[in-house]
Design a binder for this molecule. Sequence first.
Ligand code: PRP
Ligand code: MN
Ligand code: MG
Length: 188
Amino acid sequence: MHQDADELEELISPDRIRARVRELGDEISRDYEGRPLVVVGILKGAFIFMADLVRHIRGPLVVDFVRLASYGSGTRSTGEVHITKDIEVDVEDRDVLVVEDIVDTGTTLRYLEEVLKLHKPRSVRICCLIDKKERRETDVSVHYVGFDVPRGFLVGYGLDFDEHYRHLPGIYRLRPGYHPEGFRPSEK
Ligand code: PRP
Ligand code: MN
Ligand code: MG
């Protein structure tokens, strides 16, 4: 099992994630009081969190996804965000909840906020599982935060390193310098 591998240190267990995701779903359900919601997940990282979270939101909602990426295969953001899939649902005059796995420098979300504005939503709130506030380079306001984690390169529950580890059930810190295929790509 990956989670027993010595390159990984468990930070947040699957049970803790489960409990917290349920709380977030309850809070969101209360805040929107049954108002229809468009929940937009950011691929790929948010796919597992999104799937779990929407099952705890009561009230009418539709789901959609955008695909944004900035990390490539390194452990640091390239600072350049690419959108390869835009939203498909009409969000004009609707309440949008953006679901993200992790907010790090804030570059990805800042970019998405600009993209969403063009679609004229009534409101936009952001829900992330993990907030790394200390690494923030751009100001983004995140309304719902699962866990604050100060440092370390994190993988699991959707988060990857060079596309690996997304399927792991918890959140783990990856040992610096380790690569699952035995080599380390040069950092961009
Ligand atoms: C990761 C993560 C967030 C973003 C956070 O995505 O899933 O979307 O980086 O970093 P930032 O706040 O510095 O922008 P990545 O670009 O690795 O794409 P992925 O979701 O497909 O893994
Ligand atoms: Mn992502
Ligand atoms: Mg990634």
